[in-house]
Design a binder for this molecule. Structure first.
Ligand SMILES: N=C(N)NCCC[C@H](NC(=O)CCC(=O)O)C(=O)O
Length: 445
């Protein structure tokens, strides 16, 4: 039986914009109010998906969410017709209105935490949508994320879907952005590494002081419990609070793992040496720990280039390569480091650079854009096939983007009532194209 790690990339939604919504995420704040291009954002994402498909990888697509989120605005007291809801909110509460327009579901590393069947007690693949409580605009995502995941992984013999954790900062959960699975090969039991930023129920423990720690220890433990993971196949590591305060708002901004490789910055974790030993001992075989020292790449350069928000993938040949944003190539120091890395004695043999600048300007690199799901052949055959990338889907989605997306969107354009109609028309067509059924609130009324 063959085993795969499938990347499910978020399709960028028609309202992609720069509203400066994410305190603690340097790029989001520094590009606030710039003009965006939803069309090129979606196409940059599609090109990355297609390139991985062409490399022989299994590649999936995760549909975007309904925005503007009229239901959320109704819930906080704006009434009338849908267009009245939007115009009142834009007038009376512009910041809240903008938050309800965000296309942030594109960063599917934050959609959910996924544990493959070889790690879980009941042998099924477990999914828990992330509650994303730390940012209001992102806390709107988990309900529809759950609908979409159930429409894609719709077979209870292989897939188990959990409700997201309680909507409270004590259980702040950011999904796979703080979760890495290490293993021999994808089908063998692995070790799931959960990285958290703070303890919610113990204020004596270290925590960042400037920027928020979005993931709590208690949330990570809850997800591991729900998924039926054991002590033997989990490792919990606290993120270094000092790097959170330097703009590392998720672990995937400072570390990435794949199979027997963990690639991370020297300052990423607290207690690094002990935790690396624990990983190796629980995994039962040797790991390649690739620690990048400050002297090679500073935390600041890592945050600016997203050196660690890269995808570390294993090609069908067995070689590992890094999928990096073009910002890494444009930075002489980081580019030189990556070149040297591929020539040293590690499983990583090559680097491919991708232009995902539309996403990067909101703090989302290649790794943010994908949710990894390790599947065996049978499980893969049970996935909704209309969500898997191939020539036909690539062509269809490009035509769909051309038909529905704007070339340019300024933050002020979010007030245009036409945007709601355009967005709903696009998503309605998309659910047919991807055979998702009625996953959006506007389709359920
Ligand atoms: N590292 C991972 N896995 N994901 C990146 C998420 C970026 C996202 N940015 C935003 O939500 C900005 C939206 C705005 O400002 O318009 C966030 O901060 O949650």
């Amino acid at each position: 039986m063959q085993d795969f790690e499938v990347n499910f990339d978020g399709l960028v939604g028609p309202t992609h914009n720069y509203a400066g919504l994410s305190f603690g995420n340097v790029a989001s704040l520094s590009n606030a109010k710039a003009s965006s291009s939803p069309k090129s954002a979606a196409k940059q994402g599609l090109r990355k998906m297609k390139a991985l498909h062409d490399m022989g990888m299994q590649q999936g697509v995760l549909a975007p969410q309904e925005r503007p989120d009229v239901a959320a605005l109704r819930r906080i007291g704006f009434g009338g017709s849908d267009h009245e809801v939007l115009s009142k909110a834009a007038e009376q509460a512009p910041a809240i209105f903008r938050a309800c327009c965000s296309a942030s579901s594109m960063w599917t590393a934050n959609a959910a935490t996924v544990s493959p069947g070889s790690d879980t007690a009941d042998g099924r693949v477990h999914f828990t949508p992330a509650n994303l409580t730390n940012k209001f605009h992102r806390s709107l995502e988990p309900g529809v994320t759950g609908n979409i995941l159930r429409a894609m992984f719709n077979n209870s013999r292989y897939f188990k879907h959990h409700q997201h954790l309680p909507d409270n900062e004590h259980f702040g959960d950011e999904g796979a952005a703080n979760h890495t699975r290490l293993c021999g090969n994808y089908g063998k039991a692995g070790v799931e590494v959960f990285v958290y930023g703070r303890y919610a129920f113990d204020s004596s423990k270290p925590a960042p002081v400037r920027f928020p720690a979005r993931q709590t220890f208690e949330a990570s433990q809850a997800v591991a419990r729900l998924h039926g993971l054991s002590d033997e196949n989990t490792v919990f590591i606290q993120q270094n609070p000092e790097v959170i305060d330097q703009g590392v708002f998720h672990n995937d901004v400072i570390a990435v793992g794949n199979q027997n490789v963990l690639f991370y910055h020297q300052q990423a974790f607290t207690d690094t040496a002990t935790k690396c030993r624990e990983i190796e001992q629980k995994l039962g075989h040797d790991m390649h720990f690739i620690e990048v020292p400050d002297s090679a790449v500073s935390v600041q350069d890592a945050v600016n280039t997203y050196l660690f928000n890269t995808q570390l993938i294993t090609l069908p040949s067995g070689d590992m390569i890094i999928i990096a944003p073009s910002e890494c190539e444009e930075h002489p120091g980081v580019a030189a480091y990556l070149k040297e890395l591929t020539q040293s004695n590690t499983p990583i043999k090559d680097v491919r650079y991708f232009d995902v600048k539309q996403s990067m300007r909101n703090g989302g690199g290649p790794a943010c854009l994908r949710l990894r799901v390790a599947l065996d052949e049978q499980e893969l055959a049970a996935v909704n096939p209309h969500c898997l990338m191939d020539e036909t889907l690539f062509e269809r989605l490009n035509l769909w983007v051309d038909k529905h997306y704007r070339d340019e969107l300024a933050v002020d354009d979010l007030r245009d009532p036409q945007l709601l109609n355009e967005s709903r028309a696009a998503l309605d067509e998309l659910t047919q194209l991807m055979h998702l059924g009625s996953v959006y609130p506007f389709q359920q009324n």
